[in-house]
Ligand binder design. Structure first.
Ligand code: COI
Ligand code: CYT
Length: 607
């Protein structure tokens, strides 16, 4: 490489000049002198310049040009107007495909464009990257790489919040983004969707559709919208619609804050991204406005594409796709993992418009904790009720024999997260077990286990802490005494939880949120953590924690107090760097055994 720094400087100058000169509808071109050995690759970029999304296209173009200016290797960018529909984008693609030399790749924005161009790009042998495309139907798998989280994944996160509403109204853009999202919500909340209306994103009067929404008297109004959400909110409020406003990723546009009076309180899902990435400050400096996630995706798309082109000997679509699939990248989006389909996965959180600004929604941390606690509580409660019934029935059948085993199997099937169910006799020996695959534990003496001793001593139902089960893994055991009709103590019936019990209950509740959850017993033992290395360690006495006195202090408070919150320093998710964390915790208990369920996050990572 000759003088990479000079190149970078020249490119930066050209990129900014191009940005300033680019008329909205014009085809902008950034030409670079090819280096002696390899010609600069041509990259086509199709953005919705002439559409309802002009400011989004502009933002993406700026970010792509900034990425080129920051890059080590040259490229020739050819921007094309994709309009607001698939047909215009297809025509733009056909023009790109005739260029000499042919583009090595095409970057496109919008769901409807991504789905339409995936097969065409595959056909033409041109690698395809989709940005700003939450909905994508890949007619040709293994070809398109996407930088946007899929709507289904985002909806799973939005659902945690939507669950609290009874009458949901949906007002969506009449395009591939809006229609697909509306469908995903309707699939999940079928009977609660009171009304779902499409609107033309190029319109400026939305009152026709909003009248039907007003008539449905919703308590939540989901806007599947971009820049015109502000105007929609104004018209909705003026028509007397007071529902909670809810949104999704593209709703965070500067235009929204111009209508802050009407959009205040709006809650929406949004990527966490990396607000400390140089792009954020550079964009603000150059354009005096905030870069949104559209810029971050566009910047990372071009940056990574140039790396991929450098790293592949023959940059065929197959080779480029293979470069992305399974890879983890770091960029303006933060840390991004590409799955084998070629889809980017990165954390989303809730944001909220408060006092005319976009904020990280603080309510989400206690909300996610409460929801998770409720879930664990539900599982415990169900086990308790089922085991109580089984104990009653076993009093009549006795603890051994086929009838008893059928009861144990029924108990096992009725309890979510049961690994097996057994009966023990008065000596503490396992005398029966279900399912059949677990019969090998029959005969094991578990009388020395702490919870068995407690049950024997009190003849009351007990729950263990984490125990090393005779089954061979760490589990939690609910023991319920069994008495016959005369009140004679026969022994007990038990449900043992499956391996990774807390993980199985907790993980889906907080999947893809930028939080970590962990569970501690009152003795300080960590019985669940996202980081498996920490499970089984003791927060109060473990050497791993000794260098973090604030964390130990939190641990002592958690041992003593059923609920609380605090700040501490500890290692990040990868156990690499020390970061300042915030924690909120709560308790779930059954038969006197208490578990502290904690949620922690890094506030500075989020804003
Ligand atoms: C999407 O399709 O996911 C988008 O964000 C498109 C955008 C132009 C509203
Ligand atoms: N196993 C079991 N303790 C064990 O080790 N099934 C119940 C209690």
């Amino acid at each position: 490489m000759e003088n990479a720094r000079d190149h970078a400087t020249i490119r930066r100058g050209m990129a900014l000049a191009a940005t300033l000169a680019a008329a909205l509808l014009a085809t902008a071109c950034t030409r670079l002198a090819p280096t002696a050995d390899a010609p600069a690759p041509t990259i086509g970029v199709i953005l919705p310049f002439s559409s309802a999304f002009t400011p989004i296209a502009q933002e993406q173009q700026r970010a792509i040009e900034m990425a080129l200016a920051d890059a080590e290797s040259p490229a020739r960018l050819v921007f094309k107007d994709g309009g607001g529909d698939a047909e215009t984008a297809i025509a733009a693609f056909r023009e790109l495909a005739t260029l000499e030399p042919r583009p090595a790749a095409v970057i496109t924005c919008a769901s409807w464009v991504a789905s339409a161009l995936n097969p065409l790009a595959a056909e033409a042998g041109i690698f395809h990257i989709a940005i700003g495309s939450a909905a994508l139907d890949r007619g040709r798998p293994g070809h398109t790489v996407r930088f946007t989280l899929d709507a289904h994944m985002e909806e799973r996160q939005l659902a945690s919040y939507l669950e609290r509403f009874r009458r949901i109204a949906i007002f969506h853009m009449d395009n591939g983004y809006g229609k697909n999202w509306a469908k995903v919500i309707a699939e999940n909340f079928a009977e609660r969707v009171a009304v779902s209306k499409a609107y033309d994103p190029k319109a400026d009067d939305f009152r026709d559709g909003l009248r039907d929404i007003a008539a449905a008297k919703p308590d939540a109004l989901v806007l599947l919208s971009a820049g015109n959400a502000g105007e929609i909110a104004r018209q909705a409020r003026e028509m007397g619609i007071h529902a909670q406003l809810v949104g999704t990723r593209p709703i965070e546009r500067p235009e929204l804050l111009e209508r802050a009076r009407y959009t205040d309180g709006l809650v929406y899902t949004y990527p966490t991204s990396d607000r400390k990435h140089p792009l954020v400050a550079a964009y603000r400096g150059a354009f005096d406005t905030e870069a949104t996630i559209f810029a971050a995706e566009a910047y990372d798309a071009l940056t990574s594409l140039l790396h991929a082109l450098d790293a592949t000997d023959t940059p065929t679509p197959e080779a480029l796709f293979a470069w992305y699939a399974g890879r983890t990248l770091r960029g303006a989006l933060g840390q991004v993992r590409f799955d084998t389909q070629g889809d980017a996965v990165y954390p989303y959180m809730y944001k909220q418009v408060i006092d005319g600004q976009f904020h990280v929604a603080q309510f989400q941390f206690p909300m996610l904790l409460e929801e998770t606690i409720e879930r664990v509580h539900h599982v415990f409660h169900e086990m308790h009720e089922q085991v109580e019934k089984a104990a009653e029935a076993l009093g009549a059948t006795g603890l051994t024999g086929e009838k008893a085993q059928a009861l144990l199997l029924g108990l096992h099937e009725a309890c979510g997260h049961s690994y097996d169910c057994v009966t023990i006799d008065t000596r503490g020996v396992i005398v029966n077990a279900a399912p059949e695959s677990c019969e090998n534990v029959i005969g094991a003496d578990i009388s020395k286990q702490e919870q068995v001793r407690r049950m024997m001593a009190t003849r009351k139902a007990v729950v263990s802490g984490a125990i090393d089960s005779v089954e061979g893994f760490v589990g939690f055991d609910l023991e319920h005494p069994v008495f016959d009709a005369q009140g004679k103590f026969l022994g007990a019936v038990s449900v043992l939880t499956e391996p990774d019990f807390f993980g199985k209950v907790i993980r889906p509740r907080v999947a893809n949120f930028p939080v970590e959850m962990w569970v501690m017993q009152k003795d300080g033992r960590i019985v669940y953590d996202e980081n498996p290395e920490e499970i089984g360690r003791n927060l109060l006495t473990g050497p791993m924690y000794a260098d973090f006195p604030e964390l130990c202090a939190i641990g002592r408070r958690m041992a003593a107090e059923p609920r609380g919150a605090g700040d501490y320093e500890f290692l990040d998710k990868g156990l690499e760097h020390t970061v300042k964390k915030r924690v909120v915790w709560c308790t779930v208990s059954l038969h006197g055994t208490e578990f502290r369920v904690a949620l922690s996050y890094v506030p500075t990572e989020l804003d």
